[in-house]
Design a protein around this ligand. Structure first.
Ligand SMILES: Cc1cc2nc3c(=O)[nH]c(=O)nc-3n(C[C@H](O)[C@H](O)[C@H](O)COP(=O)(O)OP(=O)(O)OC[C@H]3O[C@@H](n4cnc5c(N)ncnc54)[C@H](O)[C@@H]3O)c2cc1C
Length: 331
């Protein structure tokens, strides 16, 4: 590795901390990458009175947290964030800089990459350090999601990527962890051209697929909204959540907030039961983080069977009532 560059940096997105786990997932992956590069993992954090988040990130594995704590940073403003982060990158020279592919990361991270004249891969579904070149291999869907491309940034630094939430698994909280917390002087801010008058969180209901330990996922093969509704009963019995493929959402059987996959959510569940789904790559991206995947499909050649732990070749309309009846009796 070229030792003139710094370590692995992660942008600290602490909004809605207990639901939004992307920063913790990136810290866990960042540690793996940093180990191969023989360097450390640093979270950069901007806001007002945010010390408690710095402590949390150390407890979840960050070696260092750089905190810009200032009342002028109470509200997110893209120009302030971009300017401050660009200054820090120039001073500390990280090798890699990662952010979540959230609405937040998608807005300011490309601006930052442009300002730093470096490359950025968006919406990555995997990251590895090549053991020979020590370059970050950024795996991201390309050509409309038809294939996965491996992208490297050979010359420019930092190597930047936004990462799909839910593809990596966070490390458990360890209150004994020790790390450095740095508070650099922050008193120069750009004159913003946009003024935030008021912001209020959007109410989106209670669907939290990313945190569910069981996910029942339904696809077009269920054939009707009535059949799809049975998944809610199954999910309730197994204390899980219901997810859906794109065609199921387009058919009006489930809301967009239940969409799994490249353009939807990725799960970290212990168990996914995937019913009437063919197993398209764009969908699989959303469930590949699960510990165990069971699929039910009437076609023995369905691609979904290539990635499952247990496959059942059967008609969903026959299996679902039996499964529900059996569980109702046992639970
Ligand atoms: C740029 C792009 C992004 C995309 N992003 C996403 C995404 O984020 N998420 C997503 O899901 N898709 C996405 N797609 C669409 C994706 O390519 C697939 O078309 C989609 O995942 C297929 O959904 P499905 O499995 O429900 O339907 P189908 O492909 O139609 O599969 C239905 C399956 O059900 C089985 N079946 C039929 N009847 C029964 C029955 N009675 N019992 C049991 N099994 C039965 C069939 O054998 C078949 O395998 C994207 C596509 C593009 C181009």
């Amino acid at each position: 590795m070229n030792k003139t560059f710094g370590g692995v940096w992660i942008f600290g997105d602490y909004r809605d901390y207990f639901q939004n786990r992307i920063t913790l997932q990136l810290i866990a992956k960042g540690r793996e990458l940093a180990e191969t590069l023989n360097t450390g993992t640093t979270v950069v954090l901007l806001g007002d009175q945010i010390h408690q988040y710095a402590m949390e990130y150390v407890a979840h594995g960050a070696d260092t947290v750089i905190v810009a704590d200032h009342q002028n940073l109470k509200e997110y403003e893209v120009e302030k964030y971009t300017t401050l982060l660009a200054q820090w990158v120039k001073s500390y020279q990280p090798e890699i800089f990662l952010a979540g592919a959230t609405s937040f990361g998608r807005e300011f991270f490309p601006r930052l990459a442009k300002r730093l004249r470096t490359g950025l891969s968006a919406d990555c579904v995997d990251l590895e350090v090549d053991p020979e070149s020590f370059l970050l291999v950024q795996t991201t869907p390309a050509f409309g999601g038809e294939l996965l491309a491996e992208v490297v940034t050979p010359d420019r630094r930092p190597q930047m990527a936004t990462v799909h939430p839910g593809v990596f698994r966070e490390l458990p909280h360890n209150a004994e962890s020790v790390g450095h917390i740095i508070y650099p002087e922050v008193d120069v801010f750009p004159e913003p051209r946009v003024k935030i008058v008021r912001s209020k969180p959007q109410r989106t209901g209670k669907v939290s697929l990313e945190d569910a330990s069981v996910v029942i996922a339904g696809g077009k093969g269920l054939g009707s909204k009535e059949q799809f509704e049975l998944l809610y009963e199954l999910a309730e019995l197994l204390e899980g959540e219901v997810g859906a493929t794109r065609p199921a959402v387009l058919s009006g059987w489930a809301g967009e907030d239940r969409l799994l996959g490249q353009t939807g959510k990725s799960v970290n569940a212990k168990l996914v039961i995937s019913i009437g789904t063919s197993g398209a790559l764009q969908y699989i991206t959303g469930i590949q983080g699960a510990e165990t995947v069971i699929a039910i499909n009437r076609n023995p050649d369905a691609p979904v069977f290539r990635i499952v732990d247990l496959g059942l070749v059967a008609d969903a309309a026959t299996v679902l009532p039996i499964l529900l009846e059996t569980l109702r009796r046992r639970l």
